[in-house]
Design a binder for this molecule. Structure first.
Ligand code: FA5
Length: 345
């Protein structure tokens, strides 16, 4: 026992001397290995305790633990100091002059963001709220609640990126939302009616990309539900929105269209006048958006009584609108990150 006590005292002295000399994180690591790790003499002392009597263990055990504790505290404190010192040194030497390349080239808002901002201004001036929703959506919100059950052929109208589709429960399956219409459901279920909102947002479809189709694009959904709402309100709202946006009287027309979540369903066309590359004036009806009166089943799915409330809904491609507005011929340019192209807007 006496021999062990002496060795512990000697160890303690050696450790203190070594600690005094620690000057860097590398030194500290060497100190740790030698005096605190499993390979250290300290650990060997603890093993040797086993061979002593109970009384000796009671006396020497706590002493060895106190030595270990004081060395560990010293080690941790020193580690903190040295790490801070290393960080301070790095920060002092490792910095960049952010003004070096001044003046920066001036950035600008993306054309789709510019149109989105303008659309938001126009709709908020008409008392519409701007609402957001998740881009990873449940199958139920994206399809079933909008009157598109899994067996319905209308599912094929929107090629879908499935995230999870191995379960029978549409609340558990998820998709990258194929349209912003899913937010109609979320909003009415959360806040009830009356409602007057637009939802600008990104949507995804598993499409073959071409000049007018992208796999990721932006839509704006509109929903107004209240007592006594009719198609006349829809027509007035869309006409006002487009005339404000194009800063002139815009001609629109309604055609019958099919979307399972509206009845009657419509396609809205816009009379578009432009000058082609040869300088020739061109005018034509352009398909602009889907719309209609909210289907009674959709209202019921959201807990709204269709005998009391009615409403209109619409959805248009914001990316396509930006193309029309700025005369962009190929949708792929918009998200090509090409500075030459983007700096024109
Ligand atoms: C819908 O997505 C319906 N949710 C719209 C709607 C809402 C109808 C409310 C009725 C009531 P559709 O699949 O037609 O409908 O898409 C709407 C618009 O998104 C199109 O008119 C078009 O402008 C745009 N769009 C559709 N697919 C693409 C694509 N691949 N790339 C770019 N824009 C697209």
């Amino acid at each position: 026992m006496k021999a062990l006590v002496n060795r512990v005292s000697e160890f303690q002295k050696k450790a203190r001397d070594a600690f005094e000399k620690v000057d860097s994180l590398d030194d500290l690591q060497v100190f740790y290995t030698q005096f605190l790790s499993k390979k250290s003499e300290l650990n060997a002392f603890l093993k040797e305790l086993k061979n002593l009597s109970d009384a000796e263990k009671k006396e020497l055990g706590p002493h060895i633990q106190t030595v270990r504790l004081s060395l560990t505290e010293g080690f941790e404190q020193k580690q903190k100091e040295l790490r801070k010192q290393a960080l301070d040194e790095k920060l002092a030497s490792d910095w960049i002059d952010v003004t070096k390349h001044y003046p920066f080239e001036k950035g600008a808002q993306h054309p789709v963001s510019q149109i989105q901002k303008r659309i938001e201004e126009i709709f908020t001036s008409m008392g519409f709220e701007i609402v957001d929703g998740p881009e990873v959506e449940t199958e139920w919100h994206n399809f079933d609640a909008l009157n598109i059950p899994s067996s319905h052929p209308a599912r094929d109208m929107q090629d879908t990126f499935w995230i999870r589709s191995d379960q029978k429960n549409p609340h558990k399956n998820s998709v990258l939302r194929t349209h912003t219409s899913s937010v109609q459901i979320r909003k009415m279920m959360e806040d009830g009616v009356p409602v007057r909102m637009i939802v600008p947002g990104r949507v995804y479809r598993n499409e073959d990309v071409d000049t007018t189709h992208d796999a990721t694009f932006y839509q704006v959904e509109g929903l107004l539900v209240d007592k006594g709402i009719s198609l006349a309100h829809l027509k007035g709202t869309i006409h006002k929105m487009l005339s404000e946006l194009f800063e002139k009287e815009v001609k629109i027309r309604f055609r019958p269209g099919y979307f399972p979540f509206v009845e009657p369903g419509l396609e809205v066309d816009i009379w578009f006048e432009c000058t082609d590359r040869q300088g020739k004036k061109k005018s034509q009806w352009l398909e602009f958006m889907g719309a209609g009166m909210v289907h009674p089943n959709v209202l019921r799915n959201c807990g709204v009584d269709p005998s009391e409330y009615s409403g209109f809904a619409f959805g248009f491609g914001l990316t396509r609108l930006a193309m029309i507005h700025y005369g962009i011929e190929d949708i792929r340019l918009l998200f090509s990150q090409k500075k030459d192209f983007l700096s024109q807007f």
